[in-house]
Design a protein around this ligand. Sequence first.
Ligand SMILES: Nc1ncnc2c1ncn2[C@@H]1O[C@H](COP(=O)(O)OP(=O)(O)OP(=O)(O)O)[C@@H](O)[C@H]1O
Ligand SMILES: [Mg+2]
Length: 478
Amino acid sequence: MARPGLTNDADVRSLASNALLRLFDSLYEGAVVVDRAGRITWINDKYKALIGWNGADPVEGRMVEEVIPNSRLRHVMESGRAELLDVFAIGSRQVVVSRIPLQDESGAVIGGLGVILYDRVQALKPIVSKFQQLQADLASARRELAETRQAKYRFSQMVGLSSRLRDVKEQARRAAERDATVLLLGETGTGKELMAHAIHGASRRADKPLVGLNAAAIPETLLESELFGVEPGAYTGAGTKPRPGKFQLADGGTLFLDEVGDMPLMLQAKLLRVLQEGEVEPIGSTRLRTIDVRVIAATSRDLKAMVDAGGFRADLYYRLNVLPIRLPPLRERLEDLPVLCEALLEQIAEKAGEPVKSVSAAGLARLAAYHWPGNVRELGNILQLAAARHDVRLLGAEHFDDLPVTAPVAAQAIEGEVRALRDAVAAAEKAEIVKGLAAAHGVKLNAAKLLHISRAQLYEKLAAHGLLSETPDRKEAV
Ligand SMILES: Nc1ncnc2c1ncn2[C@@H]1O[C@H](COP(=O)(O)OP(=O)(O)OP(=O)(O)O)[C@@H](O)[C@H]1O
Ligand SMILES: [Mg+2]
C-alpha cells in the first residue's frame, strides 16, 4: 500500500528498488547491477574497494567486463539461469558470489545482479578441505569396489597336477576365449567360484566387471529385484531412485550365477527370457534395457536330475549347459593332495604370519584315506586346524587323528553291494596305489617303496588300472 504523499506506482517501485539496493549494500560484501547491454548501472563502494577502483572515475555506464574482468554476468543474462554459489577470483582474492538474471513481468531478461556473499574464502577452508577429503574417500571407495568386481583368482591359483584337473583347466581356458555361457558343475568346495574368476580373468571381458549373485544366499523375495533391478515407485518402499540389478551392473562383463540350481521356478522363466533376448526389464518398468553380459553359472546340485524331477526348467538347463565344465571331487584326484597341501599350507602360514608347515608322507597317506565330502575347502580347514593345534613343522598322521577313515573303498567294503572278489581286490589295489602316490608326492620310486613293490611292478599296475597317463613322473626330491 502506498504511503500518504506518494501518488503513483512508479514512485513506489523506485522507492522499493532503492531500498533493495541499500539492503544489498548492507548485506553483501559487494553488489553490482548491470542493464540488458551489460553496462553497470549501480555498484556499491565495497565492490569498488575490492576491485581497487579509484574514486574519481565513474564506474556506472561502463561495460561490466571492463571493470570486473572475467565477469560471468553477461553469460547468466544470456542463459537466463542464476548461478547461486560460485567461487570467483578478483585479483588474487577468491570470493564466493551469486549471479542472478533480472527479469521483467513478462520474463524477459532486462539486466543482471551480482553479489559477493563472502570475501574470505580462506575462512571456508575447513569446509572445503572436508569436502575434498570426502571426495577423495568416495573416489577410493569406488576404486575398491571396481577392484572387488575384478577377477580375484587366476588359473595358476587352481592347484593340481592330476590329468583330471589339467583337462578341466584346459577346457576352462578354451571356454574363456569364447563368449558362450559356462556351467560349472561339481561338489561343494571343488573350486567352482575360483574357476569362474579365472575364466572371467582370462576372457576378453577381464577389465570389465565380474558381478556375482548367489541364488541360495538371497531370500526368494529379493532375488528378482537383485537380478533385474527396480524402477522408482515399483512397489511400496521401492525408493525414489532406480536400483540397478546385477545384470545391469555386469553390463559389458560377466555375471556369476552361483547355486543356480536353487533358483525358484518362477525366476527361472524370467532368467531364461533374459538370456535368450539379451534384454532385462527392471521391476516396475515398461522399458527393456539391452545388456551385454556373459553368464557363468555354477551349482553343486545334480541339475539334470532336478530337470527330470521337475525342479529345474529343462529349457533353462539347455540354455545354461552350453559349455559344461565338471570339477572333479578331491577323492577322485588324490594325486593332487601333496601339491594342494603345499599350496594351502603356504596360504595358511602367510595369513598367520608364521613359518610354512608341511605334511609328512605318513600324514599324506592318512589324508588320502578320507573321502573329502567338502573337497578342497575342507582340506584347507583341516590343515588350518592341524597347523594351529600342533606346534611342529612337519604334520604327520597322528596330527590328523580326528579325521575318520572313510576312503571310498573302505566305505564300499562295509556298505556297498557284494562284488566279485576280483573286482573288489582290484578296486582296493587301485585305491592303495593312488594313496601311495599321493604320500610319495607323485615320485613313483618312493611310492613303490611305500607299497612294498618294485618300480617295474608299480608301472605294470598303473597301466593295468589306467592310471599311467594320470601320473606324470615327478623326479624332484621331496
Ligand atoms: N584347485 C584348487 N587349488 C587351490 N585352491 C582351491 C582349489 N580348488 C578350490 N580351492 C579353494 O577351496 C575353497 C573352495 O573353493 P570354491 O569356493 O571355489 O568352491 P565352490 O565349488 O564354489 O564351493 P561351493 O559349492 O561350496 O560354493 C576356496 O578357498 C578355494 O580357493
Ligand atoms: Mg561356490
